[in-house]
Design a protein around this ligand. Structure first.
Ligand code: KG4
Ligand code: ZN
Length: 366
């Protein structure tokens, strides 16, 4: 079964063609056009501007995804589209385009929750995602895709993106329980806002990670300590806005002391990253133990943070937990349409595609 996925919830316009044979979901093409460079100029996303960019990119991106996949319109079995949550102007572009294609091509339409989509990046044959890139250079590497391992149920999902920080317990496809989430800023949003305070570019996550990697602990004379919000609270909720405020105060303090320089920016970056990781790890491991899961799936843009995933792996090993960790390759962590098509394999098409409405506030509830 071949599905074309369409994703336009924020500032990425994405289309991907995937194929499922038995249990194996492979990527035939995965195209992402991002207006992030434009957003970077303004230090963040301007919704109207993001929507205008979506309109410009949607048709060329869909055409390119078809062309790269080697599929024609008649080879497509279904269309999957993100219908929420996200920016309404951006969402409308994808949803209305998908409805129109469904009508013209006479193909079923499957609406996908963007947040659920992020988790399904873990149901794409992970080696296939790697070898998909390799295969452009060496056809032999495609053989790697025959070995795959997909997450099993029950599994704990940690979603860490620009708009969301959620812990979800999955017991089957389409069956899940929301355990907790952020009460204010999301982890990615915290990275972005703190980066701005440090004068680093947007998106802030990769910028902070890069600065943190340069920091040499031994050479630092200053003590910089930021809070780990809600780390000892029993719930699975998060709160990152206090961390942003504490960072702002620390920046002011350093400026007054004339100590706000490259070195302290690196030190602050390191502490911001550590603080976010400490809280995420503590709650994730606690939830995994409480619900007795042997699998953790991580998803969302922040999951491409290497320190986060290597620290999580280390913590699982140090605690001698029998937990297998799944993390998508970086290009499937940030917004893409392959994850939307992947999620659609486990859902049913709607009876009336024309009734689908973009829902900017769609939540993680069934
Ligand atoms: O999932 P995503 O592409 O979009 C949303 O659905 O929100 O996530 C974007 C977020 C941004 O906040 C960005 O700063 C963060 O993911 N991000 C990272 C890294 N790469 C992207 N955060 C930390 N470390 C990274 N390497
Ligand atoms: Zn996303």
């Amino acid at each position: 079964m071949v599905i074309i996925g369409i994703e336009t919830s924020c500032d990425e316009t994405a289309a991907a063609v995937l194929q499922k044979q038995g249990d194996r979901v492979t990527i035939l093409s995965n195209v992402v056009a991002s207006s992030a460079a434009l957003q970077a100029k303004y230090g963040g996303i301007i919704p109207e501007q993001a929507a205008r960019e979506q309109i410009k990119s949607i048709i060329p991106v869909i055409e390119e995804s078809l062309q790269l996949s080697g599929c024609r319109q008649q080879d497509i079995d279904a269309i999957a589209v993100t219908f929420g949550p996200g920016l309404i102007g951006s969402l409308l572009v994808g949803v209305e385009t998908a409805k129109t294609l469904s009508l013209i091509w006479e193909k079923p339409l499957i609406p996908v929750n963007h947040l659920i989509g992020h988790f399904y990046a873990n149901w794409i044959n992970q080696l296939s995602a790697i070898s998909y890139q390799l295969s452009r250079f060496n056809r032999e590497d495609r053989r790697l895709t025959t070995e795959s391992s997909l997450p099993k149920f029950p599994c704990l999902g940690l979603l860490v993106s620009g708009g969301h920080t959620d812990l979800v317990l999955f017991t089957d496809h389409g069956k899940y329980q929301y355990l907790g989430g952020t009460r204010d800023d999301a982890a990615g949003e915290c990275f972005d806002k703190c980066a701005r305070l440090l004068g680093l570019p947007y998106p802030g996550g990769p910028a902070i990670a890069a600065e943190a990697a340069k920091f040499k602990v031994k050479s630092s004379k200053l003590k910089i300590k930021l809070p780990r919000p809600l780390i000892n609270e029993k719930t699975f909720d998060f709160s990152f806005s206090g961390l942003k405020t504490a960072t702002s105060r620390e920046v002011e303090r350093l400026k007054k002391m004339k100590q706000f320089n490259n070195e302290t920016i690196q030190q602050l970056s390191c502490e911001i990253q550590e603080a976010i990781i400490d809280v995420l790890l503590e709650k994730t491991i606690r939830a995994a133990q409480k619900y007795n899961v042997e699998q953790i799936i991580v998803a969302g843009g922040v999951a491409s943070n290497q320190k986060l995933t290597s620290d999580l792996k280390l913590k699982i090993e140090n605690l001698k937990l029998k937990i297998r960790l799944y993390v998508p390759p970086p290009e499937l962590c940030t917004d893409n349409a392959a994850m939307i098509a992947a999620a659609a394999y486990y859902q049913k098409p709607v009876k009336n595609p024309y009734a689908i409405q973009a829902d900017p506030n769609l939540a993680l509830t069934l």
